[in-house]
Ligand binder design. Structure first.
Ligand SMILES: [Zn+2]
Ligand SMILES: [Zn+2]
Length: 142
């Protein structure tokens, strides 16, 4: 487990279920829904329940180990592991197939700094998402 995560877990009770959720999240290349986390873990741990996974995720969000990612469809929250406190991902979200494609750089960083300088507002976070059609879906039109 990453040092930063064990640091954040300090003082928390050890939990095998929690560690399984964390290691599954670390393997994902895109944000994942709680249902899918549950389906994955259930394959090798049949004692885990969906409500346990929900509880674990809620706790991990509070500990800033996991991020909730907003999507067009608010009913389906997706989660991803916080890579480290200084880098984060933004996504291009395809409205057709719901695929989420990460953007490497943070396009808001500079803007954020200049707004903070201008206004004195202490900015602690931001959200930035692009919606549209991915390459595959866009090709289907032509
Ligand atoms: Zn698409
Ligand atoms: Zn950013």
């Amino acid at each position: 487990m990453q040092n930063e995560i064990s640091e954040k877990l300090k003082g928390q009770r050890a939990s095998k279920n929690r560690d399984e959720v964390i290691s599954l999240l670390q393997k994902q290349s895109a944000p994942i829904a709680v249902d899918d986390i549950y389906e994955n873990i259930k394959q090798f741990n049949n004692k885990i329940s969906l409500s346990t996974v929900y509880r674990i995720i809620e706790k991990l969000v509070n500990l800033n180990i996991v991020h909730k990612v907003t999507t067009l469809d608010d009913n389906k929250a997706l989660y991803e592991i916080v890579k480290d406190s200084h880098t984060h991902h933004h996504y291009m979200i395809c409205v057709k197939c719901k695929k989420m494609i990460p953007i490497d750089d943070c396009p808001v960083k500079e803007l954020e700094k200049s707004i903070a300088d201008k206004t004195g507002f202490n900015i602690t976070g931001h959200k930035f998402e692009l919606y549209g059609e991915c390459k595959n879906c866009a090709q289907k039109h032509s």
